[in-house]
Design a protein around this ligand. Structure first.
Ligand code: PLP
Length: 361
């Protein structure tokens, strides 16, 4: 296992300023005092890591990430429990996904233990930035990422890469109560194609989703939903969240993983929780017409999106070129039950019988 050298910051953000940030953290606006860095070279492999003062990184302008987008990332949270301890949710799953993303983007794989340790090192150093228990859905959002840092303009996998972890306190995604979001059905754009990088968590997928997101905003929608790029028929996911449908007959349905959908850890957890709650879970291809028809007939009772940042987000309206349908103007019962079950686990309010929680500090 790698070891980490600590270079603590001597000019930490003053406690009063930190308290001001923690009182209303928003999302991703303020970074904590430190960051973790691990360097890799093709010849030498992973070097030991460093905990460093948070700050700008110096990168050669020829670094291949800046030209060819060889970059991957992760997103997970650290939660404060009532006794002051700090935990994360299934971090090994994030480590394994980062390894899968690395294989797809021809980047090196960071071993699971080193990934988890890198997070522990940062959260331990910056534990004062983890919001208090009982302050709502607050957490410390952790962003591990890896870039091709070799200075070389030729097109091939870089021989040098750098992994970092940064952290930022996060407030509740919904500040004024939970309200269903509206989605724009994109028919002009896809986020991923067959054989592409849709199943990898890489910056490029987000870059390609942004034009669709801009279009969604122009049509007055909160988020964009993408269809499969080959037939424009099947529902895939949002720019950064997976989708679920709750049927009146007790089925919980989500698009199956076809290689163009990101395998969300929230998604896989909900599939398990849903089945434990007695719902009949189905992973299959879902035609977009089924959404429209199911809402019209009342067969579909609830729609929600899920991901680490917003946990579970009720979906109200789907808009497309020429029409719209609204499944509900209020969050659904199953949606809220799944949401609460996940949050109660993450904040340690219910016993972790599945071995999903890992103590960090
Ligand atoms: C990260 C991500 C998700 C959600 O994954 P979680 O592990 O649940 O946070 C869903 N879709 C895309 C495209 C993503 O990048």
């Amino acid at each position: 296992m790698l070891t980490f050298t600590t270079n603590s910051r001597t000019d930490r953000i003053p406690a009063e300023e930190r308290a001001r940030v923690l009182a209303d953290p928003g999302f991703g606006k303020t970074m904590t005092d430190h960051m973790v860095r691990i360097r890799w070279t093709r010849d030498g492999g992973w070097e030991n890591g460093d905990l460093l003062p948070y700050g700008p990184i110096s990168l050669d302008p020829a670094a291949s990430v800046l030209h060819y987008g060889q970059e991957i990332f992760e997103g997970l949270k650290a939660y404060r429990h009532e006794d002051g301890s700090i935990w994360s949710f299934r971090p090994q799953a994030n480590a394994e996904r980062l390894q899968r993303s690395a294989r797809r983007l021809a980047l090196p794989e960071l071993p699971t233990d080193d990934f988890v340790e890198s997070i522990k090192v940062l959260v331990d150093a910056d534990q004062d930035w983890v919001p208090d228990y009982g302050t709502g859905e607050t957490s410390l959002y952790l962003r591990p990422f890896m870039i091709a840092s070799e200075a070389f303009l030729g097109v091939r996998p870089a021989n040098e890469a750098t992994y970092y972890v940064i952290a930022s306190p996060a407030g509740a995604y919904f500040s004024g109560g939970i309200k269903p979001v509206s989605l724009w059905l994109s028919t002009d754009y896809a986020r991923a194609g067959d054989g592409g990088t849709g199943a990898a968590k890489c910056g490029g997928n987000y870059a390609s989703s942004l034009a669709g997101q801009v279009q969604a905003a122009e049509y007055g929608c909160d988020q964009v939903v993408f269809l499969d790029s080959s037939t424009h028929t099947y529902i895939e996911e949002l720019g950064g969240m997976n989708l679920f449908f709750v049927y009146r007959d007790g089925r919980l349905v989500t698009p199956q993983l076809t290689g163009t959908i990101l395998e969300g850890i929230t998604r896989s957890s909900i599939l398990q929780l849903g089945s434990e709650m007695g719902l009949t879970v189905e992973e299959r291809r879902i035609p977009i017409q089924e959404w429209k028809d199911g809402v019209a007939s009342g067969e579909i009772a609830e729609v929600f999106a899920c991901g680490t940042a917003a946990v579970v987000t009720p979906v109200g309206t789907l808009k497309w070129d020429g029409g719209e349908c609204t499944v509900s103007t209020e969050p659904g019962e199953a949606t809220m039950k799944i949401r609460e079950t996940l949050l109660d686990l993450q904040y340690g309010k219910t016993a972790d019988t599945r071995g999903w929680m890992q103590r960090l500090v």
